[in-house]
Design a protein around this ligand. Structure first.
Ligand SMILES: C[S@@+](CC[C@H](N)C(=O)[O-])C[C@H]1O[C@@H](n2cnc3c(N)ncnc32)[C@H](O)[C@@H]1O
Length: 398
């Protein structure tokens, strides 16, 4: 009989929940699912950060490896999901006192084996371990990190650059998951609004060193100083043939490189829209953008009636404008033929600007339902988003 625990009986499931959350000595739980020749793995373990204990989740499968930290409630939900899986799987639970291995066969038989009692030292992932699992910890990134000024002369991450370092790692994890195991080659990347080019260089070195891909990257920015210093850095790092920089306005400059993967990290205000428009125009297969400030809609929002109460308060208006701007962007990408996911790419504690639009070309463009949804939302708030105008206005929908 199917239970909320999939193939497991409630006593065994309750025992596992208690080992993970109640008892001392729990180290790690790993679930392995094999299906149709593919394997996916989920690991859950406690880690101690400066801010306290959280749960680290490692998922690996067709999308590559992803590591995230989650709070207690989310960890409980995840464990319930693992225990509720209703197909064949293996669940391995490691504790300081011993291991339990549960195998659920394709026919639904549950086989439990237990190791002899052990006296292991509990290993909790400390920040040092965490660092090694970050994309920038998977290759010798010393020269890169010192070159771009994220690390000091001794190779230590500067306290003032810790946030940027975490953002870049988080961004790279999503690049990794987006590209999956078969990286299209040659892979052309454009970093729109590249600024000091932390991400531009990081994505190049990560993909060439760790993923062994053949990559060309171009960063574009309107600020002549950052472009001059990024070009110098490319020379110093010996990568100026593969990593180039263009000074100018996003969208106005014709780039030699046509992106397969378009990136933009915290490009201000409408620069994110310009990046999305340029990437759509270039038919970039993937578009990953994490917007920063969105002032444009803030001024022009005009909901009447019941909406007036929300718009009266500056903070509400600002947050609503942010949400609506990103919703319009996601919807316009859908209309352009992209499958879009909106994700939080980094902890909200690291930056409040932690939303990322993750888009991949591959659906029919201009689907009536997507256009209708977009127009209804746009007209409800009485606005014409900047991105819509940039994409050609009403003509874009037909
Ligand atoms: C906040 S910085 C982010 C830089 C970099 N992506 C990062 O995360 O470190 C935004 C950058 O976008 C550039 N920018 C803003 N609007 C632009 C535009 N329309 N065309 C080109 N660059 C632009 C600015 O000059 C600035 O360097």
């Amino acid at each position: 009989m199917a239970t909320k625990y999939g193939g497991l009986d409630e006593t065994l499931a309750a025992e596992i929940e208690s080992v993970v959350f109640e008892q001392e000595g729990f180290m790690r739980l790993t679930q392995v699912i094999r299906y149709g020749g593919k394997t996916s793995k989920t690991g859950l373990r406690p880690v101690v950060l400066k801010t306290g204990k959280v749960w680290q989740v490692e998922s690996s499968g067709a999308d590559g490896l992803q590591v995230t930290n989650i709070e207690n409630d989310a960890a409980r939900e995840l464990l319930a999901e693992i225990l509720g899986h209703s197909g064949s799987s293996d669940i391995h639970i490691q504790t300081a006192q011993g291991d339990v291995h549960v195998r659920i066969t394709r026919k639904g038989r549950v086989l439990v084996s237990r190791s002899k009692p052990l006296q292991r030292e509990v290993t909790e992932a400390m920040p040092h371990d965490r660092e090694k699992q970050q994309p920038l910890g998977t290759f010798d990134a010393d020269i890169l990190l010192r070159g771009v000024g994220i690390a000091d002369g001794d190779g230590r991450i500067k306290a003032s650059m810790r946030g940027k370092y975490d953002q870049i790692n988080a961004f790279l994890r999503i690049v990794d998951a987006t590209l999956g195991s078969a990286i299209p080659e040659p892979l052309n990347i454009v970093d729109y609004g590249c600024g000091k080019a932390y991400l531009t260089f990081a994505v190049y070195f990560y993909l060439t060193q760790s993923r062994k891909a053949s990559v060309r990257v171009c960063g574009i920015d309107r600020n002549s100083k950052v472009i001059a210093s990024a070009r110098k850095m490319a020379l110093n790092l010996g990568v100026s043939d593969e990593v180039s920089f263009v000074e100018g306005e996003i969208g106005a400059e014709l780039l030699e490189l046509r992106p397969t993967l378009a990136l933009s990290l915290h490009a201000c205000d409408t620069a994110t829209d310009a990046a999305i428009a340029a990437a759509i125009e270039a038919k970039s297969r993937y578009i990953l953008c994490a917007p920063r400030c969105q002032h444009e809609l803030h001024k022009s929002l005009q909901g009447g009636g019941a909406m007036r109460a929300v718009l009266r308060h500056g903070i509400m208006r600002e947050r609503l404008a942010d949400l609506l701007t990103d919703t319009f962007r996601a919807q316009l990408l859908r209309i352009a033929g992209y499958r879009v996911r909106v994700v939080e790419f980094v902890d909200q504690g690291a930056t409040a600007k932690n939303i990322m639009l993750r888009a991949e070309a591959g659906i029919a463009p201009r689907q009536a339902e997507a256009v209708e949804e977009y127009l209804a939302l746009r007209d409800l708030w009485g606005v014409v988003p900047w991105l819509e105008s940039k994409l050609g206005g009403e003509a874009f929908f037909s």
